[in-house]
Design a protein around this ligand. Structure first.
Ligand SMILES: Nc1ncnc2c1ncn2[C@@H]1O[C@H](COP(=O)(O)OP(=O)(O)OP(=O)(O)O)[C@@H](O)[C@H]1O
Ligand SMILES: [Mg+2]
Length: 204
């Protein structure tokens, strides 16, 4: 694949700020004359959105979940990401493979070697040019998602799950410092946008 555009992914646990900042990044790049394609995973294509619906609502074996995530990703790369990069567009994706490592391996405990095999199979050469990892303590993310609720027993169990996801994200960031930038998401939205502008400037 001849790639001229750039591929940026947005990562972080639920409530970390991915959706809040993807719009800002899209506008920033557009103001610099870039053509921007914004997308999300799981999803991003008609088939991918059907898989998303299954993934978010059906109970399934952990490995089925991982395989469907990568099936959605394979379609997303073929239909959206690769053609856009070849046209010279900039692609922004709300989640990509780091999320599979964080949730299915970190959170749910799927053997990391299996995840690495899927990554090698589905995108052996493609990696994001930049991954913005919005990092925030779980309690802050929770508070942002629902400022009024106190956690019940079940939600506390989930808290442990999200803590494991966050740790796996940070492990990936330490493993791939050349592309993953950890953004302190406890800061104000304005402060974060200044930091994002700085990071993007280097990529332009
Ligand atoms: N830095 C910030 N300071 C204060 N509030 C924030 C900040 N970043 C995001 N928020 C608020 O937190 C909430 C969750 O943010 P957002 O929807 O962007 O998270 P997300 O990472 O996309 O979550 P999900 O994975 O659930 O889609 C929103 O109401 C948003 O306005
Ligand atoms: Mg979101």
């Amino acid at each position: 694949m001849t790639q001229c555009g750039k591929f940026i992914t947005f990562e972080g646990i639920d409530g970390a700020g991915k959706s809040t900042h993807i719009g800002f990044v899209a506008e920033f790049l557009a103001s610099r004359g870039k053509t921007v394609v914004s997308s999300r995973e799981p999803g991003g294509t008609p088939l991918g959105e059907k898989l998303r619906d299954l993934l978010l609502h059906e109970k399934m074996h952990l490995e089925t979940e991982a395989l469907l995530m990568f099936a959605s990703r394979r379609e997303h790369i073929a239909q959206v990401i690769a053609p856009a990069l070849e046209r010279g567009d900039w692609v922004l994706s709300d989640r990509f493979t780091d999320a599979s490592f964080a949730y299915q391996s970190g959170g749910r405990g799927l053997d990391r070697a299996k995840m690495e095999a899927l990554e090698q199979w589905v995108h052996p050469t493609l990696q994001p040019d930049l991954t913005l990892l919005f990092d925030v303590p779980l309690a802050v993310a929770r508070q942002r998602l629902d400022a009024t609720r106190t956690l019940d027993k079940f939600e506390r169990e989930q808290a442990d799950f999200f803590e494991k996801c966050r740790n796996e994200y940070l492990r990936r960031a330490a493993e791939h410092p050349e592309r993953i930038v950890v953004v302190d998401s406890t800061q104000t939205i304005e402060a974060i946008q200044l930091r994002l502008a700085e990071v993007l400037e280097k990529l332009l």
